[in-house]
Design a protein around this ligand. Sequence first.
Ligand SMILES: Nc1ncnc2c1ncn2[C@@H]1O[C@H](COP(=O)(O)OP(=O)(O)OP(=O)(O)O)[C@@H](O)[C@H]1O
Ligand SMILES: [Mg+2]
Length: 144
Amino acid sequence: MNEKLKFDAIEKMTVPMEPNQELQVIERAEKLARELGFDRDSIDEIKLAVIEAVINAIEHGRNAERIVYITFGLSHQPLRMTITISDSGAGFNPDSVREPDIREKINKRERKRGWGLKIMHSLMDDVIINSSPSGTQVTLIKSG
Ligand SMILES: Nc1ncnc2c1ncn2[C@@H]1O[C@H](COP(=O)(O)OP(=O)(O)OP(=O)(O)O)[C@@H](O)[C@H]1O
Ligand SMILES: [Mg+2]
């Protein structure tokens, strides 16, 4: 997506890199999405994708600072919400993440992990990942 996104409002929050902090973030995401006018299914999809992205930041984005930064971009016309989840961990190369294979998981040949990014892509209209050795920014985009 190259088009520059315009917002009516931008909201920011931070959470410490600790277990269960993702719950605070989805509470805020739900409130903002409801106020914007998203339907119930879209709100649930946003919450699931946000949970996966925040847990990734907490689990994989660990660093001395131990804070996750979240920015919500809100647009009424067109109805759209973007959520950017940033950490200043060591980063990763999204192109080198292997697609999880359900058959391998059923056969227990590998750990039952590696679903977060796939879930985010399937629930959102777009997922943009910018990652470098100084941190990762995941932007989730949902249109109504
Ligand atoms: N914020 C991040 N910082 C650094 N590496 C990340 C980050 N997010 C994802 N990764 C890398 O991408 C991989 C795939 O992420 P994904 O969420 O798909 O799977 P997972 O977190 O390993 O397992 P699951 O989400 O199924 O519990 C991770 O194992 C990790 O190596
Ligand atoms: Mg994950």
